[in-house]
Design a protein around this ligand. Structure first.
Ligand code: NI
Length: 378
């Protein structure tokens, strides 16, 4: 099966109109399998219920590398007006994971054509459930990626037009931690506050003080964010409640700042609660780490893009998260921003991509993968 721009556009239209949420990507997985097997690319037996890993073994000996695409959609009602908009109410490929899927299928078809000359093996990772920060761990747990020496991935980027790629050394996506605090006071009559311990006053003091973690404790030259996004307490106007609750997220770009943020958070919350005679339970969830791009891979990727006539731009840091970082915990890797135009930001109901971006993006990843095989010692 040849990999023409028309074929890629057709596939994009199919995946775009059939979005499936995290761990429900059954039709998506079946379609990916159909395209791969139709091209003679074997799918490995992974035990994954959704998502899959396929392999192209080169004709010459060499290293193994991993190319990863995420395949899940979002619970968003599509308003793009596209003729191939989502068939399903309340579900949409609003982050371009349909584009990632087709980009990797395209790269796979191109690599398959030059299989005999490839000095090594490429594993094609179609990962479920990126949006809930969970799929990467599941894929890694199959054990099928142990032999991968490095990982490559790309993400749609509406700020760049088709034919542009964003490449930057070092951290490009944030570590995402999540917290919940339950403040336990002592409920009482609103007219007799001295008989209780008001958890709302404690909650307010905590909300105010937590911003000093980013403004007073952490390195001002390092991007970092604390956002409190959910506060809850009480049920009526004349009762001081027993408990108050808050939730939010901490975003950091390196391990040291990440640990510092958590440590300062815990001591402020515990200390403030104690000072007011209340208690605070902290539930801290460590999400995926920061995505940190390998320097040598950046150089190779820039060179590849320029040789192909693509425009190379600088990738901006974002404080968004990406579970691609899980693959990079002990291997080098590269996360590239792929220009897809369209004008609307990711997760917006009008998000769309320029199909003209598909072929160059697929060709870029196929060429870069080939180069990585040549440059990585076996
Ligand atoms: Ni995404």
């Amino acid at each position: 099966m040849s990999c023409t721009p028309e074929r890629l556009t057709e596939l994009l239209e199919w995946f775009h109109s059939h979005p499936e949420l995290a761990y429900e990507e059954r039709e998506t997985t079946a379609k990916i399998r159909e395209v791969l097997e139709g091209a003679g690319i074997p799918v490995l037996c992974s035990g994954l219920e959704t998502g899959l890993i396929a392999v192209i073994e080169g004709g010459r000996p060499g290293p193994v590398i991993g190319l990863r695409a995420d395949i899940d959609a979002l619970p968003v009602q599509e308003e793009s007006g596209l003729p191939y908009a989502s068939c399903y109410p309340g579900r949409m490929h609003a982050c371009g994971h349909d584009f990632h899927t087709v980009m990797l299928l395209g790269a796979a078809l191109m690599l398959k054509e030059r299989q005999a000359e490839l000095p090594g093996t490429v594993k094609l990772i179609f990962q479920p459930a990126e949006e809930i920060d969970s799929g990467a761990r599941k894929v890694i747990a199959t054990g099928l990626l142990e032999d991968c020496r490095l990982f490559l991935a790309g993400h749609t980027y509406p700020q760049f037009e088709a034919g542009t790629v964003g490449i930057k050394e070092g951290p490009v996506m944030a570590a995402v931690d999540r917290f919940e605090v339950i403040i336990r006071g002592l409920g009482c009559h609103a007219g007799q506050p001295a008989k209780g311990v008001d958890p709302i006053v404690v909650q307010a003091a905590i909300v105010q003080s937590l911003q000093t973690v980013v403004s007073r404790n952490m390195d001002p030259f390092t991007p970092r964010v604390i956002s409190i996004t959910h506060v809850e307490a009480g049920t009526t106007w004349n009762v001081i409640p027993e408990t108050a609750r808050l939730e939010g997220t901490v975003r950091t770009l390196n391990a040291q700042q990440r640990a510092l943020a958590e440590e300062r958070f815990r001591s402020l919350v515990t200390g403030i609660a104690a000072a007011y005679g209340a208690e605070a339970d902290i539930r801290w969830t460590h999400g995926s780490g920061a995505v940190i791009n390998d320097e040598k891979l950046c150089i190779l990727a820039r060179e590849t893009a320029r040789e192909m006539g693509l425009t190379v731009d600088r990738q901006e840091d974002t404080m968004g998260g990406e579970d691609f970082s899980c693959y990079l915990e002990n291997r080098p890797g590269l996360f590239v921003r792929v220009g897809t135009g369209g004008g609307w930001p990711g997760h917006h109901p009008k998000f769309n991509v320029d199909p003209a971006a598909l072929e160059p993006a697929a060709r870029f990843f196929a060429t870069l993968a080939h180069k990585c095989l040549m440059e990585t010692p076996a």
